[in-house]
Design a protein around this ligand. Sequence first.
Ligand SMILES: *Cc1c(COP(=O)(O)O)cnc(C)c1O
Length: 415
Amino acid sequence: MVFQNSLEFARQLDALDSLSHFRNEFHLIEGKIYLCGNSLGLQPKAARAAVEQEFFDWQTFGVEGHFDGKNPWFHYHKFLTQKTANMVGALPQEVVVMNNLTVNLHLLMVSFYRPTATRYKIIMEGGAFPSDQYAMETQARFHGLDPDKAIIELMPREGEYTLRTEDIIKTIEENADSLALVMMGGVNYYTGQAFDMKAITEAAHKAGAYAGFDLAHAAGNLLLQLHAWNVDFACWCTYKYLNSGPGGTSGVFIHERNASDTTIPRFGGWWGHDEATRFKMLKGFKPTSTAEGWQLSNAQVFPMAIHNVSLEMFERAGMSNIRAKSELLTGFLEFLLNEVDTKKQFEIITPKNAEDRGCQLSLLFAQNGRATFDKLLENNVIADWREPNVLRMGPAPLYNSFEDMWHTAQAMKSV
Ligand SMILES: *Cc1c(COP(=O)(O)O)cnc(C)c1O
């Protein structure tokens, strides 16, 4: 599409947008343009009633709410399963919602990072989100390994900001004899680069290693096909693109071939135990032969009630429609930002190709980045600042409008 730098053009795009009505289903922040959905998504209006329902059932039924409530808590996580599977391109038996992201990352590594004397290396992206770095580092130490020897961090080429798929694959091939796991983000939180998960998974498998992904910045953002891509496992948080509230619960994917294998070692808890005999309280852990076999505890009903509302919206909008709007919205913002940056004060380091990014644009500043971010706030644009020098903008297709993009560019121009 050929974009135009005008308010009329932005309004035309909004008029043509079949998802524009979803904006009314969110609590927008009065007088502000919110571009921080990649950090904490806005609140769906229906979230409150969903939580109220569970308060009501708790107050009315007490413990009997596990079976007699409107949405029985005993298998509350199952209300989320099909919608989660649709959202990430998985089979229902491959997904479960539980815990929080970093907790799940560790639980999955217990199963899928079991280093031996010869096969012990992890390949990850350099500059990964700190929690992921700490998880990899402490997993290596937990197995008595030196993180500097066990972890290979992929770095961009000299003068580049993002990774080339060919370089990722080359590193995998070069370490084929000693590689245990390739563990990457789906989208890097800093640069906004989306990785070719299909190609990376294929290369990891060829090398005899597992392939896992942290989809914190990819779930609800990219069109994922985790099952078809043969990904071994993945996990994601739900409070960023998935609008499920601060500290919200987390989603997990375990490919069917792994999920059905009850001999895979794991940390067990009663909610992962075979459902038919769970309440017989017998000795001997017998895992459910699906992704639910990795659950430890009973369902976190309150955060899941919010997440269920959000997943229902994604289901109604359709992930492919969301992605189509997202590409257009981000493309429009990119066009407008380049229009107003006449003095070349920043560089957009996010890949230009829509296939290689989600909705986020990362603006690298040589100087005055932090001041620009602060001034934007004064001008009612809530973006996001990441040390040392990147300003991130993440327009969310369910609640940001094309007109928002135009006002954002005007605010950039004025600061
Ligand atoms: C947001 C984010 C996290 C945060 O983890 P929590 O356990 O939910 O606090 C971890 N990893 C990545 C890549 C993230 O983007």
